[in-house]
Design a protein. Structure first.
Length: 94
């Protein structure tokens, strides 16, 4: 179980970036998979904009990322394979 993190814009942006890396996708492809514009997704991942509930739900649907993970970092509700990969990325240098 991952310790619950804060829901700051920077923390949410970091979790989006980690999730995208797990799926080995560029920003444009990740955005397209969630039916978001590259500009909107880029603003979320770069921490220039709060992740809207609407966008978070699209990301959840496309990539099996729970809202608890996206907003608070809680990996308990994620598929095991995804949780393990996210945990590994947390400890690996970029």
């Amino acid at each position: 179980m991952e310790k619950t993190e804060d829901d700051s814009v920077a923390s949410v942006a970091n979790r989006l970036k980690r999730a995208r890396r797990v799926y080995d996708l560029g920003k444009q492809d990740f955005a397209a998979g969630a039916e978001l514009s590259p500009q909107a997704y880029g603003a979320y991942e770069n921490g220039r904009r709060d992740l809207s509930l609407s966008a978070a739900k699209k990301i959840r649907q496309a990539y099996k990322l729970s809202l608890e993970y996206l907003y608070f970092g809680n990996t308990d509700d994620l598929p095991t394979w995804l949780s393990k990969r996210l945990d590994r990325l947390t400890t690996e240098p970029e």
